[in-house]
Design a protein around this ligand. Structure first.
Ligand code: CA
Ligand code: CA
Length: 254
């Protein structure tokens, strides 16, 4: 057995070292292109004339605000003429609906709120007089209060007569949720105390700070209310320049 390496073994070793070196160089090249592990990979959009270079600015979640709503017993919310939220539980338990919205100003807010009441008697559970209540808070600080307009469309039982209940229905106007709907002759909403409305536990788990419970004049006998208001914010400018192309007209807004 010879102790010194043969020329052939030397050549093989050299070849192996060369292969490792080439592989190492390729690996380093790949890392250099992608940046260090864990580093941010840069998109080519800015240079290549793709998406971003066309100047598209999309809204992000930072442009959105949260809306918290609590209704005794049910509500539907329209913003700028679009159906935005529906109370997913019509009667009990009393729940909070919390949704993200992308606000655009001026922002027209229109709500229909209903107390749980039989259309023929105005009563619930057969012979009980139920009361209403509505409160809403937007992440931009807009809240329900007596500056909102309110109109009742279903009163009963008239004079609170539970024994011989009669009701009065006023036709709901067409497109009451529309931005250009004329509510100028409507009275203002009336504020009611938290004690009077007596909200249930979910109300306290959500942020309603600064918002007031509102209804029309009679919390017991008024059962279907439409509220409207407009948030102006004249200094607001839309940060994004994209708009939705989708057509949602196949999904009824009512
Ligand atoms: Ca009622
Ligand atoms: Ca109720």
């Amino acid at each position: 057995m010879s102790a010194s390496p043969s020329p052939r073994r030397f050549a093989n070793t050299f070849r192996l070292v060369s292969l490792v070196a080439v592989a190492g160089a390729l690996l380093l090249g790949a890392i250099a292109q992608d940046g260090p592990p864990g580093g941010k990979k840069k998109g080519g959009g800015g240079k290549k004339g793709g998406g971003d270079s066309k100047g598209l600015i999309k809204p992000t979640m930072a442009d959105t605000i949260k809306v918290n709503v609590y209704a005794d017993n049910w509500f539907v919310l329209y913003i700028n003429g679009r159906l935005t939220a529906v109370d997913s539980i019509p009667f009990t338990p009393h729940n909070v609906i919390s949704v993200d919205i992308l606000p655009e100003y001026p922002m027209t807010i229109a709500v229909m709120a209903k107390d749980n009441a039989d259309p023929k008697t105005g009563l619930e559970y057969g012979d009980h007089l139920g009361d209403g209540g509505f409160i809403i808070k937007f992440g931009d600080g807009s809240v329900s209060n007596a500056t909102w307009k309110a109109k009742n469309f279903f009163k009963g039982p008239l004079n609170g007569d539970v024994k011989n209940p009669r009701v009065e229905h006023t036709p709901i106007p067409e497109k009451w949720w529309a931005v250009d709907f004329d509510d100028s002759t409507w009275a203002n909403a009336k504020e009611f105390s938290e004690e009077r409305v007596n909200p249930k536990e979910p109300f306290y788990a959500a942020d309603f700070k600064g918002a007031k419970f509102i209804w029309s004049n009679d919390l017991d006998l008024d059962n279907t209310i439409i509220f409207r208001t407009r948030v102006e914010k004249p200094e607001w400018k839309q940060r994004w320049n994209t708009k939705p192309e989708l057509d949602v007209s196949g999904a009824p807004a009512k």
